[in-house]
Design a protein around this ligand. Structure first.
Ligand code: ADP
Ligand code: MG
Length: 138
């Protein structure tokens, strides 16, 4: 099924100059960029994006980190895009991520883990709407 998912290349991966490598990995498995925006998230924007985690002990650190430098926000389209992207990302903790996954290759820590990816089709729709308007797509 053709789906869309939202990905974010996080500040640690941008600082490592891994944007191009990561986009190549998406394209290599048929996750085609439909929209790309490089931006610096405000703390409030990061808090809104991660609102589901607001009760977690790491929420303040996470949103400070996510607003610490530029990110690249992408809408990716492809067959089974949500699951394909989650598989490509690897486990949340880079130390537990399978070899060859983005987090194993580029993640620095459980917090600075290189990429975000929507975890369901429903959340993908919400997350895409947080950053993009439908009128911006081809
Ligand atoms: P995922 O990004 O794999 O879907 P979660 O949705 O559980 O993981 O968490 C969102 C983000 O919060 C993670 O990608 C990571 O940046 C951060 N995070 C998750 N767990 C921890 C933790 N135990 N300590 C610090 N940061 C964490
Ligand atoms: Mg998640």
């Amino acid at each position: 099924m053709a789906e869309r998912t939202l990905a974010i290349i996080k500040p640690d991966a941008v600082r490592k100059h891994a944007i191009g490598d990561i986009i190549r990995l998406y394209e290599g498995i048929g996750l085609h960029p439909l929209a790309i925006r490089m931006m610096r998230l405000s703390k409030a924007c990061a808090e809104g994006f991660y609102a589901v985690h607001r009760e977690r002990p790491f929420f303040n650190d996470l949103t400070t980190y996510m607003s610490s430098g530029s990110v690249v926000v992408l809408v990716l389209e492809g067959t089974d895009a949500v699951k394909k992207n989650r598989d490509l990302m690897g486990a949340t903790d880079p130390k537990k991520a399978d070899p060859g996954t983005i987090r194993a290759l580029y993640g620095a820590s459980i917090e600075a883990n290189a990429v975000h990816g929507s975890d369901s089709v429903e959340n993908a729709t919400i997350e895409i709407g947080y950053f993009f308007a439908e009128s911006e797509f081809r």
